[in-house]
Design a protein around this ligand. Structure first.
Ligand code: MRU
Length: 378
């Protein structure tokens, strides 16, 4: 997708230094667009766990490059495969909920097991990124039909879509999952408007989704996480589309904490609720919500928030007034409650299949049940 006049993916190999893989540092957006170079397995693990890179498909893509770094780090060793497998476990452990991470790492280690070739690993990591972008595009094409149908029912009036967290191109390699149909609809000239949930505690909606959409010219409005129910109850939402980090064989969907509440409100108000994801997000080894491991994160994510320091007229504060050591020092962290207060910080929740109207995948749209999922995967 474009940032300014330049085409970007969320992850790419550095042209001038092929031993570097660049990502957009998502901790700095929307205040500062910064590229973060990754050069080692440790860099990748750190970027995933501190959420400089995040979103299920993107952490899989980053981990794939991580396995290639592992090969470079162990190249001269007697037991290269042993070293790679140890690093693979570290990469998989960086975040537990999104299945795409383990899926991508396993795919890479299988390539190495079969070929014992660094070149093959490199090609596999690059190929995985290309495929991920292609899969997102297909999700967009399948989801577009749903938006077109609502648009024609509304006689061309704007289709109001509510989304939670960030399941756009920043979370994937390109296009996004939940947002891919929105981009395609907008580019086709359909009138769309997106309600963007803030998504506490890390504000991926306010910081990333709103930035992505407005950057692409898609009309959007930021709302607090608690507003969705009211919007749905008063007829202001036509469809809810969210992403997914792990889907069970029965069609239950783990996604950013708060997704379940949106699904309940949608169900109560008869509003279609869809989850969009590539089929690599299915975990066919499990078939009930309780089997998904839910990540618990540092309590300070809840106690504090990051934001831009401004003066009373809303202007950025000059770095020198902030005793700055870096030009971006005006992005600051502040406590929003009593420091040290006990906190629980579950990163995800699971929306049971019964609340889901359908799953938008790269193989088509299917119902959230075992039979339809099996069919789409066959
Ligand atoms: O914790 P995050 O920001 O990685 O969570 C991301 C989400 O919950 C997304 O909705 C999900 O990964 C789908 S990404 C296309």
């Amino acid at each position: 997708m474009k940032v300014g006049e330049k085409e970007f993916r969320s992850i790419w190999q550095d042209e001038s230094d092929p031993a570097t893989v660049n990502v957009i540092d998502q901790r700095r957006l929307p205040f500062s667009f910064e590229v973060l170079p990754l050069r080692s397995v440790s860099d990748v693990c750190m970027a995933i766990s501190c959420m400089a890179v995040r979103g299920a498909p993107l952490i899989g893509a980053a981990a794939a490059w991580g396995v290639w770094f592992s090969f470079l780090e162990h190249k001269g060793d007697k037991n290269i495969f042993g070293g790679i497998m140890k690093d693979a476990a570290r990469l998989k452990g960086a975040r537990p909920t999104a299945v795409n991470l383990a899926w991508a790492v396993d795919r890479m280690t299988e390539v190495y097991e079969k070929t014992a070739s660094g070149e093959a690993l490199h090609a596999a990591a690059a190929g995985l990124c290309d495929e991920e972008a292609e899969r997102s595009k297909r999700i967009g094409e399948y989801g577009l039909g749903l938006i077109e149908e609502i648009s024609s029912r509304k006689g061309g009036l704007p289709v109001n879509i509510l989304t939670h967290c960030n399941a756009g191109w920043l979370a994937c390699v390109d296009y996004g999952t939940a947002l891919a149909p929105v981009y395609l609809a907008h580019d086709k000239g359909l009138r769309v408007h997106v309600w963007v949930d803030e998504t506490r505690p890390r504000n991926q909606g306010g910081r990333l989704t709103a930035w992505e959409l407005s950057n692409h010219g898609v009309p959007c409005t930021l709302v607090t996480d608690n507003a969705g129910g009211h919007l749905m109850q008063t007829g202001m939402v036509d469809i809810v589309i969210v992403g997914c980090d792990r889907a069970t064989a029965s069609g239950d969907v783990a996604n950013k904490i708060g997704t379940y509440l949106k699904a309940l409100a949608a169900h109560d108000n008869g509003i279609p609720f869809y989850s969009a994801f590539p089929v690599s997000t299915f975990d066919m080894t499990i078939d009930s919500p309780g089997q998904i491991m839910i990540e618990e994160r540092d309590g300070d994510e809840v106690r504090k928030t990051d934001g831009l320091a401004v003066n009373n007229s809303g202007k950025r504060l000059p770095a020198e007034t902030l005793h700055a050591t870096s030009p971006q020092a005006d992005i600051q962290s502040v406590y929003i409650c009593q420091p040290g207060i006990p906190v629980s910080n579950y990163g995800f929740d699971v929306t049971p299949a019964r609340l889901i109207t359908g799953l938008i995948t790269d193989r088509g749209v299917c119902a959230a049940n075992k039979e339809s999922i099996k069919k789409i995967l066959s």
